[in-house]
Design a protein around this ligand. Structure first.
Ligand SMILES: NC(=O)c1ccc[n+]([C@@H]2O[C@H](COP(=O)([O-])OP(=O)(O)OC[C@H]3O[C@@H](n4cnc5c(N)ncnc54)[C@H](OP(=O)(O)O)[C@@H]3O)[C@@H](O)[C@H]2O)c1
Length: 288
């Protein structure tokens, strides 16, 4: 009985049946947004390579959740700052199921620091993980897709920082804006091979790394969030599922923001509700 209920619930969660059995490689799926996205693919019975660097236990938990939901999962480790490690990850992932259909470049680091304080090492570290690694991993996987005449999807997890600017995030913002630009160029170069490349740009979503600070600062944040709440992992996962599935089959080179409306606001002082002006002049109909 419990199994039947579980099966029925899983069926209800499946909105993109074409994702079943799809071979997905997602980086940084040991926690945070990557884990939420990987689990959502598991609910669609996809086969998922769960990548991590330090949080092996988190990656195993993600993999277990995927298997429990009816998908298949394998855990692989790599430090994405190393080109050799990154190539090894791509090759092992490709060999495991004889191909990859969806690559999600999700791993990233957030550096909050003044441009006057953070020197070359900080800049290089952020840019290596957030921009160089997605570039190198994409070309490794896309190269194989093209070689084997296999269509596919590449998704980049960027950020609202790739669209608008906030002080003290220079390396992060530059890396994410670069990734937005890379999305468009890769989409143009690989469209003829049936490879679609899109980005999703999350707003503020509490993850293990940030949830305590964001809970404490909720009062400061809410006025900036028209929908009145922080994002959740599933808000971002939904976008990734849509962009990976055939439902978005005519979409490439785009970036989709999921931010509770944050970027739509013009930052102006809050003003009282205005009085309704007098009605406009009545319409003058032409005399026949
Ligand atoms: N949460 C948000 O509000 C938000 C908003 C906009 C964009 N994003 C983007 O979402 C992505 C995921 O971030 P998150 O918020 O979910 O944070 P997170 O939980 O800290 O996840 C970051 C992931 O990246 C991996 N990673 C970091 N450095 C790595 C390296 N050198 N090599 C390989 N993997 C590495 C981490 O692996 P280990 O933990 O296993 O080391 C982890 O799985 C990032 O690209 C971030 O920029 C997040």
């Amino acid at each position: 009985m419990a199994f039947l209920i579980h099966q029925e619930l899983t069926r209800l969660l499946v909105r993109y049946p074409d994702l079943k059995n799809k071979r997905v490689l997602i980086t940084g799926a040991s926690g945070g947004l990557g884990a939420s996205i990987a689990r959502a693919f598991g609910e669609h019975q996809a086969r998922v390579i769960v990548h991590y660097r330090t949080r092996g236990q988190g990656a195993e938990q993600t993999a277990a959740a995927i298997s429990q939901a009816g998908g298949e999962a394998v855990v692989l480790r790599a430090d994405l700052r190393s080109e050799a490690a990154l190539n090894q990850l791509a090759d092992e992932a490709w060999m495991h199921w004889d191909g990859i259909d969806v690559l999600i470049n999700n791993a990233g680091v957030v550096l909050k620091a003044s441009a006057l304080d953070a020197g070359a090492e900080y800049w290089d570290d952020s840019l290596n993980i957030n921009l160089r690694a997605p570039y190198l991993l994409s070309r490794r996987i896309a190269g194989r897709m093209i070689e084997q005449c296999q269509p596919g999807v590449i998704l980049h997890n960027t950020s609202i920082h790739g669209h608008k600017s906030v002080a003290y995030f220079s390396a992060y913002a530059a890396s994410k804006a670069g990734l937005e630009s890379l999305t468009r160029v890769q989409a143009l170069e690989w469209a003829e091979h049936g490879i679609r490349v899109n980005a999703f740009a999350p707003g503020v979503v509490p993850v293990e790394r940030t949830e305590q600070a964001l809970a404490q600062a909720a009062g400061d944040w809410m006025p900036h969030l028209p929908l009145g709440r922080y994002g959740e992992g599933k808000d971002i996962a939904e976008l990734a599922l849509f962009l990976a599935s055939e439902a978005s089959g005519w979409t490439t080179g785009q970036s989709y923001v999921a931010d509770g409306g944050m970027l739509s606001r013009i930052d102006m002082p809050r003003r009282p509700r205005p009085e309704l002006p007098p009605l406009p002049d009545p319409l003058e109909e032409p005399k026949s």
